[in-house]
Ligand binder design. Structure first.
Ligand code: SF4
Length: 310
């Protein structure tokens, strides 16, 4: 039996970078010093637990005023400027681990806003990254998720459309076209008006774009799939669904303890994949467990083989 981990599964480099920063910081903690992170560093209970064991403590924005000393880490999603202001107590050191891709989007939004543009963001209102992006515009940016919501936008103003980095590319371009069409229609109706200025900036991250297609391909190449993710990861649910569509023999597990030997009967190839919040080490543990379940020493003693249990 061949067990393969999906190469395109797991953390994007922005999250890996944030975790590396967090690990370096906890290791350099002075005795008694704490490293706090604003919100879960990642949507995976196993990874949170591992980092908690090393001294990382998750806090909320409401906890911030009560923190008088220690280090506060800004995670990959970034934060609005107000958070940086609120974390300015004399005993607090801020560790900014905002993903550079997100930081760049924040900077571009700020520039357009400062130049008098109406900023529209295609994203999810409550998502931490979007809160950070909206914060660059003094809370004025308009967040939309569908064509229906274009009505919230004032089409008589010069406008720029950005995207949260993890949204769907196709919808972004549909929104862009709809904006262009509606703006053109306005100009035709009010003949004497100047053509309105509209820009669309595709800020969807290359790390997530195309993930669905790669997962589908990988899933269809294996007899069965084991999908590893936290049960409350929304990205995990979406990707599991895609995986399941491409390969109906897909099993969802949170840890290797949930594997059942019956799934592997008569199977030659097993694929392991996971959400963007699934750590590589967890997928490796699942792989090792499957191999251990089906490990049979070669009777000749020369070679070790993996075979099916019954
Ligand atoms: S912007 Fe891209 S690289 Fe950065 S955290 Fe988001 S998905 Fe990861």
């Amino acid at each position: 039996m061949k067990v393969t981990i999906d190469k395109s599964a797991g953390f994007c480099w922005g999250v890996i970078r944030t975790i590396d920063i967090a690990e370096a910081e906890v290791e350099s903690n002075k005795p008694g010093e704490m490293l706090y992170v604003l919100g879960d560093i990642i949507h995976n209970p196993m990874e949170i637990e591992r980092l908690r064991g090393k001294g990382l403590k998750t806090i909320t924005h409401a906890d911030l005023p009560g923190i008088q000393s220690g280090k506060v880490l800004i995670r990959a999603h970034g934060e609005p400027p107000s958070t940086f202001k609120n974390a300015k107590a004399p005993g607090i050191t801020l560790v900014d681990a905002t993903c550079p891709v997100v930081a760049k989007v924040q900077e571009r939004i700020r520039k357009f806003y400062d130049n008098g543009y109406q900023v529209v963001i295609y994203g999810k209102t409550d998502h931490a990254e979007v809160v950070g992006l909206v914060g660059q515009t003094n809370g004025e940016a308009i967040v939309i998720r569908s064509l229906e919501e274009i009505k919230k936008v004032d089409l008589s103003r010069k406008t720029v459309l950005f995207s949260q980095t993890t949204m769907d590319k196709q919808t972004f371009y549909t929104l862009k076209e709809e904006f262009q069409k509606r703006i053109k229609d306005c100009v035709v109706e009010t003949f004497e008006e100047q053509a309105r200025e509209f820009h669309a900036k595709d800020t969807i991250c290359g790390q997530v774009f195309g993930r669905d297609k790669k997962l589908r391909e990988f899933a269809s190449q294996n007899d069965i799939m084991v999908f590893v993710a936290g049960r409350n990861s929304s990205n995990g649910k979406v990707l599991f669904h895609i995986c399941n569509e491409a390969n109906p023999r897909t099993y969802f597990v949170e840890t290797e303890a949930e594997l059942e030997s019956g799934w592997f009967r008569g199977v030659n190839t097993v694929g392991i994949s996971g959400a963007t919040s699934t750590p590589q080490w967890l997928m490796e543990r699942v792989k090792a467990k499957i191999e251990e379940m089906f490990y049979t020493p070669d009777p000749s003693g020369e070679q070790e083989v993996l075979s099916h249990h019954n």
